[in-house]
Design a binder for this molecule. Structure first.
Ligand code: NAG
Length: 235
């Protein structure tokens, strides 16, 4: 967009400028700040209460509730990687991020959202086994298996966004780069670069497919099996 020359690769001097919500008038920054703050506090308190309830109540010490605490922990984590910076943007006009902070934010956000999608798949599998294979449930879903499933979801999600982060770190950037978003999202970072953005846009699309479309298909598959079982009961 900008006709500036690309003086990338001078590491350390590259900064990122968060545009926030493009064309939002300054007069609305304070109301937007309070709305985001309210939702952020609700997310923190709500998820903390879920975590506390499951830990404190022995009757909730079941796989489903442990997975639920995983989701709560992830909700807290990925909002905390993005929202505090957004709040300081809208309250103080604090818009600059260093290249490494921006890259870290992108990586953590991707990683936590991937974990969330994978944990949802694990939960769908848990329900599939409980409803369609009830007699096998105690054998298939032991505490050990649950921990292994949750751990592999987290581990895969930690590893999966690494190639994208490495690629981004190799792209050329100007000294000041505009991010047309409220946080350093993969696509916004790609578009801010003055390298050829097409390969990275394609890569981002493929990652999005793997981490959202595939889990969605698996969850739907489990629902289909569950629905079929339930219908068989009534016939
Ligand atoms: C995530 O789920 C696993 C498997 O049930 C459990 O062992 C672990 O404590 C949970 N972790 C968190 C942070 O909730």
């Amino acid at each position: 967009m900008e006709a500036t020359t690309c003086n990338g690769s001078v590491d350390g001097s590259r900064v990122f400028y968060l545009v926030g919500i493009p064309s939002l008038p300054e007069s609305l920054f304070l109301p937007v700040f309070f709305i985001f703050l309210l939702f952020y506090l609700l997310i923190l308190v709500g998820n903390a209460l879920i975590l506390l309830a499951v830990v404190a109540e022995p009757s909730l010490h079941k796989p489903m509730y442990f997975f639920l605490t995983n989701l709560s922990a992830l909700d807290i984590l990925f909002t905390t990687t993005t929202v505090p910076k957004m709040l300081s943007l809208f309250l103080l006009g604090d818009r600059f991020l260093s290249f490494s902070a921006c890259l870290l934010q992108m990586y953590l956000f991707q990683s936590f959202t991937c974990s969330e999608a994978f944990i949802l798949v694990v939960m769908a599998y848990d329900r599939y086994v409980a409803i369609c294979r009830p007699l096998h449930y105690p054998v298939l879903m032991t505490p050990h298996t649950n921990t292994a499933l949750a751990a592999s979801a987290w581990l895969t999600a930690l590893l999966l966004p690494i190639p994208a982060a490495v690629k981004i770190s190799q792209m050329a950037y100007n000294n000041i780069n505009y991010i047309y978003h409220c946080f350093c999202d993969h696509l916004a970072l790609v578009q801010a670069s003055c390298s050829d953005t097409a390969p990275q846009t394609l890569m981002g699309f493929c990652i999005a497919m793997v981490v959202s479309f595939l889990p969605l298909l698996l969850v739907l598959l489990s629902y289909a099996h569950i629905l079929a079982s339930v219908l068989r009961i009534h016939l």
